[in-house]
Ligand binder design. Structure first.
Ligand code: MSP
Length: 518
C-alpha cells in the first residue's frame, strides 16, 4: 500500500449550477479520500472549476458581464456548495488562476519544442455544444447530429495548432494491454480500444474564433482548446511545471473519477499528452455511469433534474450522511445508470441506516446500560469467533477500497452489524439477564457485540463521518485522528469497564417528509 494517494474529480464547468452529477462524483471521491486518510495515507484530493471556452464566453455575454466575472461568481458558488457537502478536498483549482495559466503555457512550449504540437489546417465535423470534433466515420454514425444536444454537427475549417495524437496509437494500445485496470470498468476500456482501432487523428488544440481561453504562447490570436487547458489541471495543481514542486509525490494520481461521457478525453487524449510530456500516467481512470430520475434521463426541460434545491431538501430531511450513503452505495459506479428515486432513497435510509447502522448500536448500548450500568462487561471468551470475523471484514474492506468498490466496502460493515443482530436474536440476552447464573455468558455476548459494533463503525466512517464520529465517542471514545490504523482496526480496543453510551444515530423519517417540503 503506497503512503501517498491522489484522487481527482473532473473540474466543473462554471456555466452550470451545481447538481447531482457534481455532487455525486465529488461525494464518492470524498469517501475514498477519507478512507485513505483513515488507513494512514497522505491523500491529496483535488477538485475545481473549468472556466474557459466559448460556452462561458457566450453565457457571460448574454448576461452582460465579463467571462471572468461569471467564472468568479460560479466558482464561488461551487466552492460554497461543495463545502456544505462536507468535502475534504485539499485544493480547489480554477483554470483562470495564474498558477494554472502559467504552467499550461509552459507545458505547451515543451510540446512545441518536441514537435508533438505543430501548426496545421483542419477540416472536420464539429459539435458546437460539446466543443468536440468527430471523425467522418463517427459523424456518419451519429447521423451528423450531436449525441448530446441533437443539434446538427457543423463542417468547420481552421488553421490551428495540433497535438500529434496519431503518433501515440501504438503506445496507448500497449499501455491498455499492459495495464488491464488502467480504464475501469473493463467494458469502458473496451469501448475506448474499439474507438482507438478506428484510428487516431491529430487533435486541434487551439481556437481562433473566440478569445476566452489561455493564450497559446508565441501565437497571437490562438487560445488553447478548453479540454487541453482543463486536463492539465490535474498536474498544474500539483505544480509539476514549477521549479519547486512540493506536491510531485502525489503524481501519478491513483484515480481520475469521471463520467462516462468524458472518458475519451481522459483515457486517450490525456495519457497521450502525458506521454508527450514524459510524465507518468495515472493509475486508473474510473468512468461511472449516470444518475437518471424515475427511470428517465434527467433533463431540465422534463423538470426531473436533481438540482441543488432538491439535494438540499434531501439533506435537510435525512441528513448529510444519508445523502453520502445513497450516493456511494446506490450510485452508477458500474456500466448501468442508476435511478434516483425518492421512494428508493427513503427505503435505503430506513433499511440500512435506521434499522441496521442505527438500531444495532442502540440495542447494544441500551442492554449494556440496563444490565451493566453502562460499563463494558468482561468477555471471558476473548471474543470467540468475532476477532477473526472482524479481521476478515476489515481485510475485505481494505481490498474493496483499494479498487474503488465503495458499495462492497460498505457491505463489509453492514454484514458485521447484521451478524451482531443475529447473535442478539439467537442468544436472547434479555432472557439470559433474568438469571444471575448467566452473567458471565451475558457479559461475553455484550462485550463481543460492542467490540464488533465499534469496528463496523470505523469501516463506515468515510461514508457517514458525522454519525460515526458520534458512535466512536459513545463506543470506546477513541479519537478519530490521533489513533493509528492498526490500533483502530484491532478487535477488542474498548477496555473492560469503559463507559458505553446509548446512541440514537439515525431517526426514523416519515415517508412523506420529502414530498411535504417540495
Ligand atoms: N469540465 C468538464 C470536465 C473537465 S475535466 C478535465 C465537464 N464538466 S461538467 O461540469 O459538465 O461535468 C462534471 C461531471 O458531472 C462529469 O463527470 C459528468 O459525467 C458528471 N455528470 C453530469 N451529469 C450526471 C448525471 N446525471 N449523473 C452522474 N454524473 C453526471 O465535463
Amino acid at each position: 500500500m503506497s503512503q501517498t494517494s491522489c484522487i481527482t474529480t473532473p473540474i466543473y464547468y462554471v456555466n452550470d449550477r451545481p447538481h447531482i452529477g457534481h455532487a455525486y462524483t465529488s461525494t464518492i471521491c470524498d469517501v475514498w479520500a477519507r478512507a485513505g486518510r483513515l488507513v494512514g495515507r497522505e491523500v491529496f484530493f483535488l477538485t475545481g472549476t473549468d472556466e474557459h471556452g466559448s460556452k462561458v464566453e457566450k453565457s457571460a455575454t448574454a448576461r452582460g458581464i465579463s467571462p471572468q466575472a461569471l467564472a468568479d461568481e460560479n466558482a464561488a458558488e461551487f466552492q460554497r456548495v461543495l463545502a456544505t457537502f462536507g468535502l475534504t478536498n485539499d485544493d480547489f483549482i480554477r483554470t483562470t488562476q495564474p498558477r494554472h495559466v502559467g504552467q499550461v503555457q509552459e507545458f505547451l512550449r515543451r510540446l512545441m519544442a518536441t514537435g508533438d504540437v505543430y501548426l496545421g489546417t483542419f477540416e472536420g465535423w464539429y459539435d458546437e455544444g460539446q466543443e468536440e470534433y468527430h471523425t467522418e466515420n463517427k459523424a456518419r454514425e451519429l447521423n451528423y447530429q450531436s449525441p448530446i444536444s441533437g443539434k446538427a454537427l457543423v463542417r468547420a475549417t481552421e488553421q490551428n495548432y495540433y497535438f500529434r495524437l496519431s503518433a501515440f496509437a501504438d503506445r496507448l494500445a500497449k499501455h491498455f494491454a499492459d495495464h488491464p485496470t488502467f480504464v475501469r470498468p473493463t467494458e469502458r476500456a473496451n469501448e475506448m480500444l474499439g474507438r482507438m482501432r478506428d484510428g487516431l487523428q491529430d487533435v486541434p488544440i487551439t481556437r481562433t474564433n473566440f478569445s476566452w481561453g489561455i493564450a497559446m504562447p508565441d501565437a497571437p490570436g490562438h487560445v488553447v482548446y478548453v479540454w487541453i487547458d482543463a486536463l492539465l489541471n490535474y498536474i498544474t495543481a500539483l505544480g509539476l511545471a514549477t521549479p519547486h514542486a512540493e506536491r510531485t509525490k502525489y503524481w501519478p494520481a491513483d484515480y481520475h473519477v469521471v463520467g462516462k461521457e468524458i472518458l475519451w478525453f481522459h483515457a486517450v487524449i490525456w495519457p497521450a499528452l502525458l506521454m508527450a510530456l514524459k510524465l507518468p500516467l495515472p493509475k486508473c481512470i474510473y468512468a461511472h455511469s449516470f444518475w437518471i430520475a424515475d427511470g428517465k434521463k434527467m433533463s431540465k426541460s422534463l423538470g426531473n433534474f436533481v438540482d441543488l434545491p432538491t439535494i438540499e431538501r434531501y439533506n435537510a430531511t435525512y441528513g448529510l450522511d444519508a445523502w453520502r450513503w445513497y450516493m456511494s452505495t446506490q450510485g452508477p459506479l458500474g456500466t448501468t445508470d442508476a435511478d434516483f428515486n425518492g421512494k428508493h432513497f427513503h427505503e435505503t435510509y430506513t433499511n440500512d441506516l435506521v434499522n441496521t447502522v442505527g438500531n444495532c448500536p442502540s440495542r447494544v448500548g441500551a442492554m449494556i446500560a440496563k444490565y451493566f450500568g453502562g460499563k463494558l462487561p468482561t468477555d471471558a471468551q476473548a471474543g470467540g469467533e468475532w476477532p477473526s470475523r472482524c479481521d476478515a471484514a476489515i481485510a475485505k474492506w481494505e481490498q474493496c477500497m483499494e479498487v474503488f468498490d465503495l458499495s462492497g466496502a460498505a457491505r463489509c460493515a453492514m454484514d458485521l452489524l447484521r451478524q451482531v443482530d443475529v447473535m442478539i436474536n439467537d442468544t436472547e440476552p434479555f432472557k439470559l439477564a433474568k438469571d444471575p447464573a448467566n452473567t458471565p455468558r451475558l457479559s461475553s455476548i455484550l462485550n463481543q457485540c460492542a467490540q464488533t459494533v465499534r469496528i463496523a463503525g470505523v469501516m463506515l466512517e468515510p461514508f457517514l463521518p458525522q454519525r460515526m464520529g458520534d458512535l466512536a465517542t459513545a463506543f470506546g471514545g477513541m479519537p478519530n485522528k490521533d489513533t493509528n490504523w492498526s490500533a483502530r482496526k484491532k478487535y477488542g480496543a474498548i477496555s473492560d469497564g469503559h463507559p458505553i453510551e446509548k446512541v440514537a444515530l439515525f431517526p426514523r423519517v416519515d415517508a412523506t417528509a420529502i414530498s411535504q417540503t417540495s
